[in-house]
Design a protein around this ligand. Sequence first.
Ligand SMILES: [Zn+2]
Length: 89
Amino acid sequence: MCVGCRKRAAKSELLRVTVGSGVHGQPVVAPDPQGTAPGRGAHLHPTAECYDLAVRRKAFGRALRVATGLSSAPVGDYVAAAHSTAPPP
Ligand SMILES: [Zn+2]
């Protein structure tokens, strides 16, 4: 299920995200496009719409069980880059 729009979708349509560490050691939501990172993950449509919904609902913190201080900026950057003019890998 997508943590943004909360619709069910095939795993192949969703981006997996996990908890990682930012440059200052703070918890961040890290994109895991390969789906191989260990630990708790959440799934999100890789679109700006669903990312914004998830941020507004604080869905990342809830899904990833991080109460405070969680930055989702890396996923925002990833989603923005995925919709740039560059072709997908
Ligand atoms: Zn969605």
